[in-house]
Design a protein around this ligand. Structure first.
Ligand SMILES: Nc1ncnc2c1ncn2[C@@H]1O[C@H](COP(=O)(O)OP(=O)(O)O)[C@@H](O)[C@H]1O
Ligand SMILES: [Mg+2]
Length: 255
């Protein structure tokens, strides 16, 4: 039954905080190697969905299969094993300000591997070079720009060679050039390492430049009302909301 191309299979997923139902009966697949975009208006539940997919919040109703394993009903040990294959880049980059970039990136390696100091230091330099930050090992987060912080956060997310990397609004707070650089980097990692990427964003440039598949979460119906390659959704909008979202209210006729 399991399609080998499918990385994550979500079905019947409902997300609620107590009696407050945010999203109902979601069903979608994320394929291996996708750059999968989660889009939708502010407050519709994008970050909440990301937390459920990454295992930070347990599922109450519905099922998430990851690599054919039922993530929702798995034991804590199996869940932890799957979660260790995730890289996550939070909104602020979330680096520890009292640690150098090298120390920040070494953290997951020290926590989850038995690698020697020397190997860890080599891996740290490798990950920094991957995101264009060679030579910044001993810098503190406060000494580098916003775009560089995001890239350092990405280097840390890549520390354990994840199969999936999740981003929550990666371009928030970045100028257009840094934002474009981050998008290019996301594409490069996707293509050179084959990493599956899941991105929450409402940046239209990003959505059309990097997205290979997407879902649109509609806050009114609390459901997925658009599902497909963003360019196809723009060409053949399934409804007015998706069209408005992808055209900034009708302004943007051609992407
Ligand atoms: N831990 C929580 N407990 C209760 N309500 C929450 C919690 N986290 C988020 N919410 C509510 O859920 C809604 C969606 O939040 P969120 O997932 O952050 O949306 P988005 O990322 O799409 O802006 C908001 O109304 C928010 O206040
Ligand atoms: Mg959010």
């Amino acid at each position: 039954m399991t399609n080998s191309q499918v990385k994550i299979e979500v079905s019947g997923l409902t997300i609620a905080y107590g009696d407050f139902v945010l999203l109902k009966n979601l069903k979608f697949n994320i394929n291996k190697g996708d750059v999968f975009i989660i889009m939708g208006g502010s407050g519709c539940g994008k970050s909440s969905l990301l937390r459920v997919l990454t295992g930070l919040t347990p599922v109450t109703i519905g099922k998430i299969m990851i690599d054919g394993i039922n993530f929702t009903s798995a034991s804590q040990d199996v869940r932890n094993e799957i979660m260790q294959k995730n890289g996550i880049l939070y909104q602020g980059g979330a680096l520890f300000s009292s640690m150098t970039l090298a120390e920040n990136i070494a953290l997951p390696l020290k926590q989850y591997t038995n690698y020697s100091e020397k190997l860890i230091s080599e891996l740290v330099s490798l990950k920094l070079s991957l995101v264009g930050l060679t030579g910044f090992e001993d810098f503190y987060p406060s000494e580098i720009s916003g775009g560089m912080k995001k890239r350092a956060g990405l280097a840390r997310a890549l520390a354990l060679d994840p199969q999936i990397v999740y981003f929550d609004e990666p371009s928030a707070g970045l100028d257009p050039i840094s934002s474009k650089m981050l998008d290019d980097l996301i594409m490069e990692i996707n293509q050179s390492l084959g990493t599956t990427i899941v991105v929450v964003t409402h940046e239209l440039n990003s959505i059309f430049n990097i997205g290979t598949n997407s879902i649109f979460l509609d806050g009114n119906t609390k459901s997925i009302t658009g599902y497909g390659n963003p360019k196809d959704l723009l060409k053949n909008p399934p409804n007015e909301e998706v069209y408005k979202f992808l055209t900034r209210g009708g302004e943007r006729k051609n992407a």
